[in-house]
Design a protein around this ligand. Structure first.
Ligand SMILES: NC(=O)c1ccc[n+]([C@@H]2O[C@H](COP(=O)([O-])OP(=O)(O)OC[C@H]3O[C@@H](n4cnc5c(N)ncnc54)[C@H](O)[C@@H]3O)[C@@H](O)[C@H]2O)c1
Length: 472
């Protein structure tokens, strides 16, 4: 019945009825390593050169966005993105400069365009802090007002951040990889330490590093993970399968982990990606030992993991009033306790463990940020992932290991296909992009965090939710 309802809703007559109800057809989002549709406009508002230097480093040519006499900007043509360097703004009256570049951009921006605000993570003084927070409010509102798949995000830059530290974040936000990341703010700082050396020589001319750094903005040939080993749990289907696929596209050798019951799909994926498969329940007491042993036996005793993505997850939804100890324990065991047990094992220096300079990525959820009716166990586990990531980021900074989480909103997978249709349609639409995200959107964000060039991004939670109203 639900399937029939969905087919009718998405048929031509169904779409006409939906249009009549004010439910416009969702825009098709620009995805992948694609450049914006049109030039990138740059507005440096208070003398900071960091963003201009970073875009130069990336090989991105820009058009100016500030008029000479300080009045509202005019853009020479339609634009694909506007990047605003708001570092150095300290006074409330200076926020007018932000309005003056944003207002015309709201009209000039093409579909799947980008508004990227850049501000300081740390500022002194009451007014300066109010101004910094005001930028957050502006960005969130712009994200809600933009149309046709365009997004707005805010990057907070810590002191002593260099263009090479900021580059991977600006590149990710400009490219189609960030299609479903909207209305978010996160912090970038100086690179902790150079990522671990590759375990085998890179292949091809653009095998490592940021493609744009070599003057090639966008492009499918980038392979920042060339030669590196990435472990993905829950890889047999859904988001995990896409994480593994994107990591392999980016050059990684992928070890795909999932339950024995999913062994067939797991083997097929590992085969397609020229990776390896490990049948393992991540809640097994020796899960960490078995992952390291698998890596050492399949990739060599000297091999080390560059990145592990703790994606395996389950739901056992019920109102708390109906949640027994079993439902509670199962969800916490898979979604949180497994990660907490596996990480220390991989960090103890054993063969096949995580390399210094490596990457740990956890999967949280908007339910873990805002709570969700019927998901007390799930929200506990996903909020727990956020706590874990922040604590481990601090603990592991000295080893150059970054620890981050992504928090997906509504993503089209088998997990969400189980939600009743009408409720599902409401979840789908309740965000600024008026659609559910695709597994690849989560995977691309994880790819950005796994990138050796993202060594200045740690302890962060990046929502991949299209600016979902949940917890907004
Ligand atoms: N789909 C969404 O909208 C959404 C939203 C927020 C967060 N998430 C999170 O994203 C992750 C992936 O979700 P999905 O929608 O792809 O789910 P899914 O159910 O489609 O896939 C989950 C995979 O994890 C595997 N798995 C489950 N328990 C395991 C265990 N004990 N050991 C090893 N593997 C195990 C399953 O076999 C399956 O292949 C989960 O952590 C989920 O909580 C999903």
């Amino acid at each position: 019945m639900a399937g029939l309802l969905e087919r009718v809703f998405y048929s031509a007559p169904g779409k006409a009825v939906a249009g009549g109800l004010g439910l416009a057809e969702p825009p098709v989002l620009r995805r992948g390593r694609t450049a914006p549709d049109g030039p990138v406009a740059l507005a440096s508002l208070a003398g900071s050169e960091l963003v201009a230097e970073t875009l130069r480093y990336l090989g991105v040519t820009t058009v100016g966005a500030v008029s000479d006499d300080g009045s509202e900007a005019t853009y020479p043509q339609r634009i694909g993105a506007l990047v605003v360097d708001a570092r150095g703004l300290r006074r409330i009256d200076e926020l007018e400069r932000v309005r003056a570049v944003l207002r015309p951009a709201m009209k000039a921006l093409n579909g799947s365009g980008r508004v990227i605000l850049v501000a300081e993570a740390e500022v002194d003084g009451v007014e300066a802090q109010a101004v910094r927070q005001a930028l957050d409010g502006i960005m969130r509102t712009v994200g809600k007002e933009l149309r046709r798949g365009a997004t707005a995000n805010l990057v907070l830059v810590a002191p002593r951040t260099a263009p090479s530290d900021l580059a991977s974040t600006l590149l990710f936000l400009l490219e189609g990889r960030s299609a479903f990341v909207d209305g978010q703010a996160w912090t970038v700082g100086p690179t902790l330490r150079d990522a671990a050396p590759e375990t085998s020589p890179p292949k091809g001319p653009l095998a490592t590093g940021i493609p744009g750094a070599r003057g090639q903005f966008g492009g499918e040939t980038a392979a920042p993970l060339a030669g590196r080993i990435v472990v993905v749990t829950g890889a047999a289907r859904g988001i995990g399968a896409q994480i593994a696929t994107v990591a392999a596209r980016d050059g990684a050798r992928v070890a795909c982990v999932d339950m024995p019951a999913a062994g067939e799909a797991l083997a097929a994926l590992a085969n397609d990606l020229r990776g390896t498969a490990l049948q393992l329940d991540v809640t097994a007491p020796d899960a960490g030992e078995r992952i390291a042993a698998h890596v050492a036996s399949r990739y060599g005793a000297d091999a080390r993991i560059h990145g592990i993505v703790h994606n395996a997850g389950i739901t056992r939804d019920k109102l708390l009033v109906n949640t027994d100890a079993d439902r509670w324990a199962q969800v916490l065991a898979v979604n949180l306790a497994a990660e907490l047990r596996i990480n220390p094992v991989l960090l103890d220096g054993r063969p096949g463990g995580l390399a210094d300079g490596g990457r740990i990525v956890g999967i949280a959820s908007t339910s873990g940020i805002a709570g969700n009716k019927g998901q007390a166990n799930y929200a506990a586990s996903k909020a727990g992932v956020i706590g874990l990531v922040r604590a481990e980021a601090t603990e592991l900074a000295g080893r150059g290991i970054t620890v981050n989480a992504v928090a997906p909103g509504f993503i089209e997978t088998e997990m969400t296909a189980r939600i009743p249709f009408v409720q599902r349609e409401v979840f789908r639409r309740a965000n600024s992009l008026a659609q559910g995200g695709q597994p690849v959107d989560v995977a691309e964000t994880i790819g950005y965090l796994l990138d050796p060039a993202s060594g200045g991004v740690t302890g962060q939670v990046v929502r991949v939710c299209g600016q979902n109203l949940v917890g907004a």
